[in-house]
Design a binder for this molecule. Sequence first.
Ligand code: GLU
Length: 293
Amino acid sequence: MTTTQRQKPVFRFAPSPNGPLHLGHALSAFLNQDMAAAANGRLLLRIEDIDQTRCTPDFEAGIYIDLEWLGIGWEKPVRRQSAHFTEYQAALRTLIERGLVYPSFLTRGEVKARVTASEAGGNPWPRDPDGSPHYPADDRDRSEGERQKMLASGLKHAWRLDMRRALQSLGCTLRWSETGDAQTGEIAADPSIWGDVVLSRSDAPSSYHLSVVIDDALQGVTHVVRGLDLFHATSVHRLLQALLGLPEPIYHHHRLVTDAAGRKLSKSEGHTGLAELRAKGLSAADIRHLVGL
Ligand code: GLU
């Protein structure tokens, strides 16, 4: 990296190759490109493919084709998260050693049964901003001896952040700088709304939250431009950055492209897919127009 490169603002577009890109991705990619250009900054592309069951080489190839067609230019080499599992695991290990992460053994079905029983008894169960129930306290409160025994027995487990201990260990409140389309200014982070988030699963040696903060730091990202659907995730990202001593980017959460019913677009809705729109004869300029730029 040259000295000039080091001083420039760094933006990144970070799609997951688990489906074809749609208009929502186009808006994000255009905004990253436009904002990087306006700031005389650099634009990186990161392939977020930690979920090896849903991500495929075909979807990844589609991302490069779609972005080139849109006229997006990015620096090479592209960082692919699946090539960096050891880095995420190393960060996870430091958190385990500090007693901030614990192995959790309950299956999804067991958690669901617990939540249903509690709610049937008239006791509402806390849920995260995506609507998923917080993980019960069972595993968090286990003794170290019991944990080691369960791990040694080969039980499937995920590693979760002990939210209470993590927040106590910081002893200060967290904020982030936001320039996006909803709230702007200094936003108070509230990671506790997520409960004990998963940082690594039995079938994926990292999680979105852990990988994204490590990559943003390693790649020197100064500006995170992404959809408003990830606004609340930023609270967890700020917490992980503080725990791991990572720098804090500026965040810009942009409006989402919605369908006729006002719902966020999903990768299964072909009619808004960029490849399909290209096949219909639309141009990159048409796509810009369609996403309201
Ligand atoms: N990989 C995420 C997605 O495709 C985006 C992550 C981010 O920009 O922080 O939704």
